[in-house]
Design a protein around this ligand. Structure first.
Ligand code: ADP
Length: 273
């Protein structure tokens, strides 16, 4: 089993969900079997009790699980059927750990975030991911959030546990209108935060209004220690986000991912897309 993890830096709403689904589509089009996991670092067990005014609509899975709309995106993009286990929340992890503690499963040990919560997260991921070839994991929220720390630590440990692990970091590349150039500092800072938490990006997906300029790509590659071919432009495609897989294919995102995962590079067949 190989893993692609998608994190986000700077702010929410950048397009982690769309990026995760689109990378999944590309890998599927390369002939791989793909599943997805969404991590929501909130204490609710699931989205079922959350106000749609605050959280947006709830997506109901075939097994009755109530989840974030991202799960609906994965199902539509990838044509897969997911279950409530494909949505991990802090609430679900904590409940499992607490139930085990009451059963005495920790054999008298002091129950701690590391290793008990982080092991539970990794075990959950590996249990859900065991059958397909690649599991795409989207970490909700923004790296550096207090809520997501146990998940970031668990993913850093997982990268050592499993080996074939590709991290895509989505971040914002704004243009200051008075200066008129694409600014790379917010991405540099969020990559620094990510590294300080034990994760290093293999690929940067840069969300911007217009295509990423050459100078910005070179600067990001150098300062974030990735090759310039691994800096992807995730510029605005308007309302039709179904174009994002093509946008990524045209930049050979699949090659960058397949190389990190030690898989043969293939051309994706997106004829029907
Ligand atoms: P996140 O998971 O980071 O919160 P989403 O994937 O849910 O972000 O995307 C937030 C919004 O931005 C959605 O409405 C999505 O359709 C839109 N979006 C994402 N990527 C793009 C893009 N490249 N061009 C235009 N809209 C996009």
């Amino acid at each position: 089993m190989k893993y692609v993890v998608v994190t986000g830096g700077g702010m929410s709403g950048l397009g982690k969900g769309v990026t995760s689904s689109s990378v999944g589509v590309l890998l599927q089009a390369c002939g791989l079997r793909v599943t997805c996991i969404k991590i929501d670092p909130y204490l609710n067990i699931d989205a079922g009790t959350m106000s749609p005014f605050e959280h947006g609509e709830v997506f109901v899975l075939q097994d009755g699980g109530e989840a974030d709309l991202d799960l609906g995106n994965y199902e539509r993009f990838l044509d897969v059927t997911l279950t409530s286990d494909n949505n991990i929340t802090t609430g679900k992890i904590n409940r499992t750990v607490m139930e085990k503690e009451r059963r005495g499963a920790y054999l008298g040990k002091t129950v701690q975030v590391v290793p008990h919560v982080t092991d539970e997260i990794q075990d959950w991921i590996q249990r859900v991911a065991h059958a397909p070839d690649v599991c795409v994991i989207e970490l909700g929220g923004t790296v550096g959030d207090i809520e997501s720390c146990p998940f970031v630590e668990a993913l850093a440990e997982l990268s050592y546990r499993v080996g074939d692990f590709c991290l895509i970091h989505v971040s914002h590349v704004p243009v200051l209108s008075a200066v008129g150039e694409q600014k790379t500092k917010p991405t540099q800072h969020s990559v620094r935060t990510l590294r300080s938490l034990g994760l290093a990006p293999n690929i940067l997906a840069c969300r911007s209004n217009s295509p990423l300029e050459g100078y910005a790509r070179e600067k990001l590659a150098r300062s974030c220690h990735v090759s310039s071919g691994s800096v992807l432009s995730l510029h605005d495609v308007g309302k039709n986000v179904w174009r994002v897989p093509i946008l990524l294919r045209d930049q050979k995102a699949h090659e960058a991912v397949l190389r990190v995962l030690n898989l043969d590079v293939k051309e994706p067949d997106l004829k029907e897309w």
